[in-house]
Design a protein around this ligand. Structure first.
Ligand code: HEC
Ligand code: HEC
Ligand code: HEC
Ligand code: HEC
Ligand code: HEC
Ligand code: HEC
Ligand code: HEC
Length: 260
């Protein structure tokens, strides 16, 4: 109950603020992209909001799945109050329902275009514009390659079993899966320990481009000794993971110090 109240009174205004801010800021491409996204909502806007209950008869699976989702607890303020539940992402759906449903019939499908998500998550659009990013804005992949749109676990990284945390990444990045003879223990905590996966200013979407990426964890009392050997000279010659040093940060089959 308490969580719900917080979401209602704190997060909804934040969300509407994001929408407003997005309407005010942005360059030309922004406006074009936004216009395209909003246009689809507007086309559908001759339609009315009919409420999530009316979807259940035909989309029982999505309906059931959605009940535990974070988005199921969101209500929008003001005139958008009705745009909740399924219709916050799929747009007002009366036309879709009256026509008896169908692909492309009076309904938005955000898989092809993340504009529906950006209506509220404007900051994410900016992350995908950083120099190194997953090609979502390019249309080569979608938010739902990593986030389950309807499920309880829209956060792929918060699943309760360790194995599953990185599972979503291994769908496409099989090389990092291993198993390795010498694992880098930290991988189990999640790829996001080192990567900002929406986008980053650093190559390979790293959180930091220099040795600080690794030194966050590998600094010990007698630094610059790391492990059993002094790294004083080595740290000056490049990053930990380039310069021919620990070039296998995800794990190695050949070397226990992850050098190759
Ligand atoms: C009378 C039955 C019916 C109702 C009610 C209904 N739909 Fe549909 N919907 C369909 C059918 C049939 C399809 C096409 C499915 C397919 O081809 O696999 C569909 C497709 C969709 C799609 C995919 C569209 C695309 O272009 O890929 C979405 C999203 C969708 N419905 C959302 C909703 C939402 C949200 C509601 C409630 C507001 C709703 N539907 C109510 C029957 C219905
Ligand atoms: C947070 C945004 C969001 C909400 C809320 C939402 N959906 Fe979706 N929905 C999506 C996205 C994104 C996709 C595309 C997923 C994919 O195919 O990877 C989708 C796809 C669908 C599809 C098409 C599935 C297919 O086979 O292509 C249906 C049907 C659907 N949603 C129904 C619903 C219903 C019913 C609700 C409410 C109970 C709902 N959605 C709520 C984002 C949302
Ligand atoms: C109507 C506004 C709205 C739309 C549309 C919307 N979201 Fe959200 N979303 C929210 C709010 C509000 C929260 C909860 C606050 C937060 O964590 O930012 C949230 C939370 C999330 C979270 C974090 C969940 C968690 O457990 O913390 C993810 C991931 C997410 N949304 C992805 C998406 C994706 C992907 C889409 C498009 C398919 C989408 N959202 C569409 C408003 C929206
Ligand atoms: C390559 C996989 C991937 C794609 C594609 C992706 N996400 Fe995420 N997303 C993640 C991961 C992993 C996190 C957790 C980030 C962390 O903990 O550092 C996350 C976190 C989030 C969050 C909540 C936490 C936060 O950073 O505020 C939101 C909201 C979100 N994503 C929205 C989106 C939207 C919207 C899209 C599509 C435009 C999208 N994501 C595409 C993997 C992805
Ligand atoms: C649906 C497939 C898919 C999923 C899921 C996915 N990625 Fe990616 N990833 C890609 C594509 C495509 C690229 C871009 C490759 C390119 O530009 O050559 C990429 C690039 C990367 C890169 C940069 C590679 C380079 O050489 O610059 C990293 C790091 C990365 N992904 C990590 C992750 C992580 C971590 C996850 C899980 C949160 C993840 N990816 C989920 C498809 C995916
Ligand atoms: C301990 C930090 C760390 C963690 C955790 C981590 N990575 Fe990386 N990753 C790196 C570094 C450093 C590079 C860049 C290597 C280079 O430039 O030679 C990299 C590069 C990549 C690349 C680009 C290809 C390559 O090998 O250069 C992909 C794809 C990738 N990582 C995916 C993942 C996935 C998937 C996970 C989770 C299973 C993950 N990473 C976890 C540090 C990490
Ligand atoms: C979030 C914490 C964390 C980060 C960040 C991290 N590591 Fe590790 N690393 C560990 C843990 C935990 C172990 C296993 C325990 C140990 O041996 O210290 C480990 C083990 C290692 C080992 C094997 C130990 C040995 O004896 O040689 C190497 C090499 C290593 N890490 C290199 C790196 C490099 C290179 C980076 C940056 C790309 C990095 N680590 C980033 C936590 C981390």
């Amino acid at each position: 109950m308490k969580t719900r109240a917080i979401i209602t009174f704190v997060l909804f205004p934040v969300c509407s603020w994001m929408v407003t801010a997005s309407a005010l800021a942005g360059d030309k491409t922004d406006s074009l992209e936004r216009a395209a996204g909003m246009e689809r909502f507007r086309q559908a806007a001759s339609a009315e909001y009919v409420g999530s209950e009316s979807c259940e008869v035909c989309h029982e699976k999505e309906f059931k799945e959605f009940q535990l989702s974070t988005h199921a607890r969101i209500a929008l303020p003001g005139e958008n109050l009705k745009a909740q539940g399924c219709e916050m992402c799929h747009g007002p759906a009366s036309a879709h329902v009256e026509e008896g449903g169908g692909r492309g019939v009076g309904i938005v499908n955000p898989k092809k275009d993340p504009a529906a998500c950006f209506n509220c998550h404007q900051d994410k659009r900016l992350e995908f514009r950083l120099p190194y990013h997953h090609p979502v804005l390019e249309g080569k992949m979608s938010c739902t390659d990593c986030h389950s749109a309807h499920g309880e676990e829209i956060r792929p990284w918060s699943t309760t079993t360790l194995v599953d945390i990185n599972e979503v990444c291994f769908k496409c990045h099989k090389e990092q899966r291993g198993p390795f003879v010498w694992e880098h223990e930290v991988i189990r905590e999640g790829c996001t320990v080192c990567h900002k996966v929406h986008g980053s200013i650093h190559e390979k979407m790293l959180i930091a481009r220099d040795s600080n990426l690794c030194l966050r964890c590998h600094t010990q009392v007698n630094f610059p000794t790391i492990g059993k050997s002094s790294h004083a000279g080595r740290l000056a010659s490049g990053t930990c993971f380039s310069a021919g040093c620990h070039t296998a940060p995800h794990g190695s089959n050949f070397d226990e110090h992850l050098r190759y």
